[in-house]
Design a protein around this ligand. Structure first.
Ligand code: ADP
Ligand code: MG
Length: 704
């Protein structure tokens, strides 16, 4: 019998959520904690002690033996240290299960082994994790048993952020404060908090584990470094939204169940464009919870894949020639009383608050396009952005027909007097109901698209944290709101001032709006003409975070200090150089130990065949001769290119750590890797499949 999931009782059953707190905490404690969560009030140790005790009792009922401060350092993955609840044994030798308020609020992992970009000398190893009580604790079940996971921020002894969450929380504060200022000007007296809402769509690949194990490139680097295109790729468009195969359906069912248990709102699932590619999208949440949930989703995707003898690939470009994977970060601003500030209403041209917010965001994105681009900079993403499958590496905004038209009216005549309406969609089939079309069609090629009541930032890499782009979105929006409020608060005639401001912003920042095809080569030229930043690779993008403009922005909202920004730039250069180095070394390793031996073997098979056949009589051996010649030439080329790559890898250390080394890797190592790949992929097309040392693309993507 199929086991069906009771979704309503499963959802959130492993989360220390509001209903659990309400049921278990004394009233006074519950209200204190709620105030801390909703208003950011400080939590007293006394209250924390009670919360910790109840949290522990609840977790133990769920089977938990350990608790863990769970955090997101700058390594790109999450980190955790597990502590058992056990106390020092009593005199009678027995132990108690304990968990104090102090242990809940603060942890002290040794910070010296995490990247700090020079922020903290290694001998000052102290780092602190502090409880983010706005993101609920949960119990995770896995091979380690059950663990109480406490979402935390990670800072150095001197309070510098060493993680993704701290700046995100700071930026949420910034945009909250400035949004409240702005909506107060428009007469809103009731909303108490404005929160960025985020829903991140997650793309991933699933491949068979046994195949994966035979691909050392996937094992070492997460992507294939070699691989000829199979006869069939994604050209038939038959995978996108296609019927989900049973093996994958069974996987998705378990992924959903695990997500729901820990309160992750897994909602949409489907096949994506490339064979073996899929997507999962949750319902949107406050930005920090969405960021935590996205980490949880990635972990669940990987864990459940193992159970099904599969591997989940989260790399941005696992296969050359096929679409890569990304994350679409849907972002809006929502008040605590349920108002979406990005909701245009039916007549956007009359909605002055919306138009001001919209033009502020245009201004923010125009001024800080480089920061937004940088937030998606990632070694793997360099292979995806601009590859006619993902947005180009140039930031622009898509507004769509209706809003684009309103903006046009504002710029050309100074006022907008009408909004294009959605029309009735006529399918031409009488039995199908007519319905109202959206006033705006979709544009899949834009990196930052307005999609009805939210913006969709589509550049994020599939394995990256969504924190970085939300830090940028929140902070640059806060800055634009602040500047608008500064001017409007002193205005004599408010309505006139708002009107003038909207017109001014719309005119001065119109260049960031692009409703055309972002994949077209002409767009690159046009973007350059408009003066928009064109930053093709990660190493080109990193300098954006340490410009005076960026430092001023972030310091004024206390999101980052100059030192924090500089350290992050260092870490990123370092990550870039290391990742490329690993890829280059993996290529050399695979070429030496697998490719060359296999090809040598194949050439001797050909050679002996030629000799044998000749011995047998005056027969035609031209096919074998031809193959042998082609193979030998490519083998020679492979060896030459590998030698060049080896030499360059040897030179990496001559370049000083940081930007220098990263640039060397980008400019020298990366092209040399591509040069080595070429003859190897050509060899794969020639050599006997039985003798080729690893599964082909065809095996990998069509076997699940
Ligand atoms: P599509 O693929 O058409 O963009 P999906 O349904 O796959 O749409 O994903 C849409 C995502 O946008 C979901 O994660 C959803 O929760 C999120 N979303 C919807 N409304 C908002 C909003 N107001 N703010 C932020 N995210 C939102
Ligand atoms: Mg989608």
């Amino acid at each position: 019998m199929e086991k069906y999931i009771d979704v309503v009782s499963t959802f959130g059953c492993d989360v220390f959520n509001d209903s659990v707190m309400q049921a278990r905490l004394p009233k006074k404690v519950y209200h204190e904690l709620k105030r801390t969560i909703s208003e950011g009030k400080e939590l007293s140790l006394e209250i924390a002690d009670v919360v910790a005790h109840e949290m522990k009792e609840w977790a133990i009922e769920k089977g938990a033996t350990h608790y863990s401060h769970w955090f997101q350092p700058l390594t790109g993955v999450t980190a955790e240290k597990h502590d058992a609840f056990i106390s020092t044994p009593m005199e009678n030798g027995r132990i108690l299960m304990t968990f104090s308020g102090k242990e809940l609020i603060k942890g002290e992992p040794d910070a010296s082994s995490f990247p700090s970009g020079g922020l903290r000398a290694t001998f000052e190893a102290r780092g602190y994790t502090t409880w983010d009580c706005t993101s609920p604790a949960f119990v995770r079940h896995d091979a380690a048993g059950a663990t109480l996971c406490i979402p935390t921020a990670f800072c150095s002894y001197t309070g510098e952020a060493l993680d993704q969450k701290t700046p995100l929380l700071r930026s949420m504060e910034a945009v909250n404060e400035q949004s409240l200022r702005l909506i107060r000007l428009f007469g809103n007296k009731t909303s108490r908090r404005v929160t960025p809402s985020v829903g991140a769509e997650q793309e991933y690949f699933l491949i068979d584990k046994d195949m994966y194990d035979h691909r050392k490139d996937l094992v070492y680097t997460g992507r294939t470094l070699f691989g000829a295109m199979p006869p069939k790729g994604q050209e038939m468009d038959d995978h996108y939204l296609g019927t989900i195969r049973q093996r994958v359906s069974a996987y998705m069912k378990e992924v959903n169940e695990e997500c729901w248990r820990v309160g992750v709102t897994a909602k949409t699932q489907h096949n994506e464009v490339a064979p073996a590619q899929h997507e999962l999208a949750p319902i949107h949440m406050p930005a920090n919870i969405a960021a935590d949930h996205n980490q949880i989703i990635m972990r669940i995707l990987k864990k459940v894949a193992s159970r099904h003898n599969m591997r989940c690939l989260l790399h941005e470009k696992p296969f050359a020639g096929l679409n890569g994977s990304g994350k679409h970060n849907n972002w809006s601003l929502t008040t605590d009383d349920g108002i979406n500030l990005l909701e245009p209403g039916i007549t956007p041209h009359e909605n002055m608050q919306f138009l001001l917010i919209l033009t502020c965001i245009l201004k923010a994105v125009d001024i800080h396009a480089d920061l937004l681009r940088e937030s998606a900079a990632d070694v793997g993403n360099d292979l995806r952005l601009g590859g006619n499958e993902a947005p180009p590496a140039i930031v622009s905004v898509f507004l769509g027909e209706q809003l684009g038209d309103v903006l046009e009216q504002l710029v050309s005549t100074g006022t907008a007097t009408y909004s294009k309406e959605g029309q009735r969609l006529d399918t031409g089939v009488r039995t199908l109901p007519d319905f109202m079309k959206d006033a705006t069609d979709r544009n899949r090629t834009s990196p930052f698209a307005f999609t009805g009541n939210k913006f969709e930032f589509r550049m994020v890499g599939s394995k990256d944290s969504i924190s970085a782009c939300n830090v940028v979105l929140n902070t640059i929006t806060a800055e634009a709101f602040r500047e608008a409020c500064d001017r409007l608060e002193g205005a004599k005639d408010f309505e006139l001032a708002v009107h003038d401001l909207i017109k001014e912003y719309a005119s001065s920042h119109q260049r960031i709006v692009f409703n055309g095809n972002g994949y077209a080569p002409e767009w690159l030229e046009e973007a350059k003409r408009r003066g928009l930043p064109v930053l093709p690779s990660m190493v080109d993008a990193i300098p954006a975070i340490t410009t005076e403009k960026a430092v001023r922005l972030y310091e004024s909202f206390r999101v980052f200090t100059r030192a924090e920004l500089e350290s992050r730039a260092e870490i990123k250069y370092d990550i870039y150089a290391k990742a490329i180095n690993i890829e280059a070394k993996a290529m050399i390793d695979i070429t030496t130990k697998q490719i060359i031996p296999a090809v040598v073997k194949y050439t001797s098979v050909l050679a002996s065949s030629i000799n044998e056949v000749r011995k047998a009589g005056p027969m035609d051996v031209s096919v074998q001769m031809d193959l042998l010649e082609k193979t030998s030439l490519l083998l020679r080329e492979t060896n030459d290119e590998m030698k060049k790559l080896e030499k360059l890898v040897g030179e990496v250390r001559e370049h000083s750590e940081g930007q220098d080394r990263a640039l060397f890797c980008r400019r020298e190592l990366f092209p040399a890797m591509e040069a080595l790949r070429k003859p190897v992929d050509a060899l794969e097309m020639l050599v006997d499949k039985e003798m080729w040392p690893m599964p082909s693309y065809g095996d990998l993507i069509f076997e699940v």
